[in-house]
Design a protein around this ligand. Structure first.
Ligand code: UD1
Ligand code: UDP
Length: 392
């Protein structure tokens, strides 16, 4: 079986690490070679700076992509269109049995469209997430990708229920997390199939945390600067960076919080460009530690040792939950509703809520971190077995 995987943005490199490993492990475990699973990786080039891309391949031991399309940055139409043309060329050459896509970026959508038009079954990992905010480019990418997918692999029961509301009815295991392969005759392969396998990012974090701890020990970015108690911040969503009033509120709240404790802020290049252009004095502000994006291991340690995390990232919200660190999400809504329902995460809507007030409220309340909301860390292995069973 030949699988083509399309990735292109930072979180997709992290998500694909445990899955690609599980595929290699499963294929390698068969000395007869009959399982014959081969994964071909296409990197669209959506992210291209070393610290946004290659660092993750180097750190996480992901094999180099078989194709790098070098698409780079651009408007949504141009970027997605260029990816679509180039992915189609690879698919026509490679003739895979299945296409694998992750999450909700423009790379996800381009992969989904290119494959589905060529009648190649699409496997969508992180299917079913919804913000119900169609102004987010990610929401458009998710909805479109889900509706051309054949196998929709959800990270949560909420995601399964979201798909059910949109008419998907072929749901395995009642929507509960699948921890072992199911038998082929238990489901109908003529319809798109929805399965909750848990979250592959949890697998990645479990794989990464021990390595991060042994590599960095007590060291790392904060130790180097003598910082012990701090708030970790990340901001990159278009709805925050591209709306000046919202970015302004976020920045003034960070400045306020930094009077109480340092705010360590590895800035996404999209945000960095705006900070350099419009807030040149910020870099001088004592208490605000604005850095380049960091590698995955540095990030896990920064998250683990933070007193609070302020973020608009999807992945970082969940990592905060897994690492039992209080989180404030700088958005109007979140797809990861379970983190909010458990009290571990609070929403602060930039421009509407007082972010500093929510920060203090989050600091002074407990959250219930005990639940296993995102599977048991075996999502990658479950996925590899499913691929074999369904398409092998
Ligand atoms: C993309 C995804 C978003 C995801 C995020 C993860 C879409 C629509 N958005 O957002 O869902 O959460 O990745 O980080 O796909 N840039 C660089 N160097 C790079 C990459 C980007 O300088 O290596 C700058 C460019 O100025 C570019 C801007 O960042 O225009 C935005 O990059 P882009 O990939 O379009 O969107 P992200 O904000 O990264
Ligand atoms: N991350 C990282 N370095 C950073 C910022 C984030 O390694 O400087 C990791 C983070 O730990 C998480 C993932 O990148 O695993 C989240 O990616 P991002 O916030 O870019 O995208 P999102 O999850 O919002 O789509």
């Amino acid at each position: 079986m030949k699988i083509v995987t399309v990735i292109g943005a930072r979180p997709q490199f992290i998500k694909c690490a445990p899955v690609s490993k599980a595929i290699r492990d499963l294929a390698g475990a068969d000395p007869s070679g009959q399982k014959g699973m081969k994964e071909i990786v296409i990197h669209t080039g959506q992210h291209y700076d070393y610290m946004m891309s290659k660092v993750f391949f180097d750190e996480l031991g992901i094999p180099s992509p078989d194709y790098n399309l070098g698409v780079g940055s651009g408007s949504h139409g141009r970027q997605t269109g260029e990816m679509l043309i180039k992915i189609e060329e690879v698919l026509l050459k490679e003739k895979p049995d299945v296409m694998m896509i992750y999450g909700d970026t423009n790379s996800t959508l381009a992969g989904a469209l290119a494959a589905s038009k060529l009648h190649i079954p699409v496997v969508h990992i992180e299917a079913g997430l919804r913000s119900y905010n169609m102004r987010m480019p990610e929401e458009i990418n998710r909805v479109m990708s889900d509706h051309v997918s054949s196998l929709l692999l959800c990270p949560t029961l909420t995601a399964v229920r979201n798909l059910e509301k949109e008419g998907f009815s072929n749901i395995a295991n009642g929507g509960g997390t699948l921890v072992k392969p199911i038998l082929k005759d238990e489901y109908d392969t003529s319809l798109p199939l929805v399965i909750n396998i848990g979250d592959v990012m949890y697998d990645a974090m479990l794989m990464g945390l021990d390595i991060a701890q042994s590599r960095l020990g007590a060291g790392g970015l904060t130790a180097e600067r003598g910082i012990s108690r701090y708030c970790l911040a990340t901001v990159h969503r278009a709805e925050n960076t591209d709306v000046p009033a919202r970015l302004d509120k976020i920045i003034s709240s960070f400045v306020g919080i930094s009077e109480e404790m340092p705010v360590v802020w590895p800035a996404h290049p999209r945000t960095r460009k705006l900070l350099d252009a419009n807030y040149p004095m910020l870099a001088e502000h004592k208490g605000l530690v604005i850095t380049e994006p960091v590698g995955y291991y540095d990030m896990l340690m920064l998250e683990k040792n933070a007193s609070v995390i302020l973020t608009d990232s999807g992945g970082v919200q969940k990592e905060a939950y897994w690492l039992k660190v209080p989180c404030v999400t700088l958005r109007d809504e979140t797809e990861w509703v379970e983190t909010v329902e458990s009290g571990c995460n609070m929403l602060a809507r930039p421009g509407q809520d007082d972010i500093g007030e929510v920060f203090h409220r989050r600091l002074s309340t407990a959250g219930d971190f005990k639940g296993r909301l995102y599977g048991d860390g075996s999502a990658g292995r479950t996925l590899a077995s499913l691929l074999m069973e369904i398409y092998g």
